[in-house]
Design a protein around this ligand. Structure first.
Ligand SMILES: [Ca+2]
Ligand SMILES: [Ca+2]
Ligand SMILES: [Ca+2]
Ligand SMILES: [Ca+2]
Length: 492
């Protein structure tokens, strides 16, 4: 009976975690100087000399565009979508049919397809400028070519400065029943209904600044940010987005990826000369073995990507502290390195843990004066949530699998070389270096909070226990009676 109860609760948890929530799926801010999808990982490429200037995709015409991985994005798998763009259409685009964003395919004239290779087919377009005599903008979807479009025309954009464009498309009402709405600067311009479903959109190309029509001019201007949602934002949400604006350029920021352990120090604003940094974690959440030091890698002794004219020295490289500096008075340039982006670790530099206690201090030259500069710290990944204490296998559920890990390590001597961040994953939840009854109480509380009062007792009673744990439970009593406490080792 107890087993059955527990299985039901696991199924309930699985249902919760599988209910995909409507959300922002892809985000291109261009603020890191690349066509990076910071939400969905569908990174794009700059084509034909397209550049990013101050966080904006900047297209000067003549074939420049950003190419996005259409199949990876898979917009035709959605039943609803919202596209958001901050666009500045240059006067040069006036009188031209351009596309700031386009999903679809080019015409296929071969193999009896009977299509015109110069035309676009099965597309969604955000068209900031149109041809002579039609100087308005337009958003449309089609399951054929231009003559089958369902779309809405808006005001003239070219030469009017940065505009926020939003297009919502809803094909959830059934086959051949799609509603498209077009907004400019948060205000609804119009709504159209037609038979052009999202499922009919081609999945061959996704462009920013290039048309699916082969002979259309390339968009001239800039795109500050592009977002793709798999839902229809409400008018209130679009108005709020318009008010909030695109993401600004971030100052110095230490970014820690919970999923990969990647650690990066970056700065999207004007370059800063940094001449030392100190990164610490009281629980020992740093992994020197997966850390790439400035010294010997990014300094004059390495590839010079951070500091080309000074040799740095590493003054600490442990799980609790990593510090480096450009030595003063060594005859070097004394101007530190130019931040930029320094990738300390692409994988495993941060040890997965429910504790997020990393701190960073840097010394920088601000207007030529040595100044203490504290970067922001940003944890990303794991759906935007810290790991839960007692989720020992880091799958965001506290269940029987975590219990097995806990049980197998409880009252077992843990490797004294492990830091608190590492022993936590073995069940030392209070960070005293041993996994004992005190940790059991913490685990039990977390388990029952996640699965219901008495859930752990039901599980332990239901699952045949290896004899080792039976012994362990006896030992727990002995531990409590002895009142023994343990504090071991310095953490390095
Ligand atoms: Ca931007
Ligand atoms: Ca230097
Ligand atoms: Ca778990
Ligand atoms: Ca403990």
């Amino acid at each position: 009976m107890a087993i059955r109860t527990f299985c039901l609760s696991l199924a309930a948890v699985a249902t919760l975690s599988n209910s995909a929530s409507a959300a922002l799926k892809h985000l291109y801010t261009f603020n890191d100087g690349a066509v990076t999808d910071s939400v969905g990982g569908a990174n794009g490429t700059l084509e034909a000399g397209a550049v990013i200037v101050a966080g904006q995709l900047t297209l000067s015409g003549g074939g420049q565009f950003a190419n996005l991985p259409a199949a990876t994005i898979g917009i035709n798998a959605y039943t609803k979508t919202t596209l958001e763009l901050w666009v500045n259409a240059a006067p040069a685009s006036n009188n031209q049919f351009t596309m700031a964003a386009a999903f679809g395919r080019h015409g296929n004239a071969g193999a009896g397809a009977g299509e015109d290779a110069n035309l676009g087919y099965d597309y969604i377009m955000v068209q900031p400028t149109r041809g002579a005599g039609e100087l308005f903008s337009r958003a449309a979807i089609t399951d054929g070519t231009y003559s089958e479009e369902t779309g809405v025309n808006g005001s003239i954009l070219a030469g009017t400065g940065q505009k926020y464009l939003a297009v919502t498309i809803d094909s959830s009402a059934g086959v051949d029943n799609t509603t498209l709405s077009y907004y400019i600067n948060g205000a609804l311009i119009g709504t159209a209904n037609g038979t052009d479903d999202l499922a009919d959109v081609g999945n061959a190309v996704a462009y920013l600044g290039k048309s699916v029509y082969a002979n259309d001019p390339y968009f001239t201007g800039s795109i500050n940010e592009f977002r793709i949602h798999n839902d229809v934002l409400t008018p209130a949400q679009i108005a709020a987005s318009s008010t909030a604006g695109p993401a600004g350029l971030a100052g110095p920021t230490l970014t820690i990826n919970r999923d990969t352990g990647a650690v990066t120090l970056s700065n999207q604003q004007a370059a800063i000369q940094v001449f030392s940094y100190s990164i610490t974690s009281a629980s020992g959440g740093l992994n020197p073995a997966s850390w790439t030091t400035v010294a010997g890698h990014f300094d004059s002794a390495g590839n010079g990507s951070f500091d080309s004219n000074d040799a740095w020295s590493t003054t600490a490289l442990t799980k609790t502290a990593i510090t480096e500096e450009e030595p003063f008075g060594d005859g070097g340039a004394e101007d530190g390195g130019t931040l930029g982006t320094v990738t300390f670790s692409t994988n495993g530099g941060w040890i997965k843990s429910f504790r997020e206690d990393v701190a960073i201090t840097t010394q920088a030259l601000i207007n030529g004066v040595p100044t203490t500069l504290i970067p922001d710290i940003k944890y990303v990944g794991n759906g935007g949530q810290p790991f839960k204490r007692s989720d020992l296998n880091f799958d965001n559920v506290i269940n029987g699998n975590d219990w097995i890990v806990f049980r197998n390590n409880n009252l077992v001597a843990l490797d004294p070389n492990l830091s608190d961040a590492q022993t936590a994953a073995l069940g030392d939840l209070n960070g005293d270096g041993v996994s004992n009854f005190l940790d059991f109480r913490v685990f039990q509380a977390d388990f029952d909070a996640a699965n219901g009062v008495g859930a752990l007792s039901a599980l332990v009673g239901a699952v045949p226990e290896p004899s080792s744990f039976a012994i362990g439970l006896s030992a727990v009593s002995a531990l409590l009676l002895s009142g023994r406490t343990s504090r071991r080792r310095t953490t390095v």
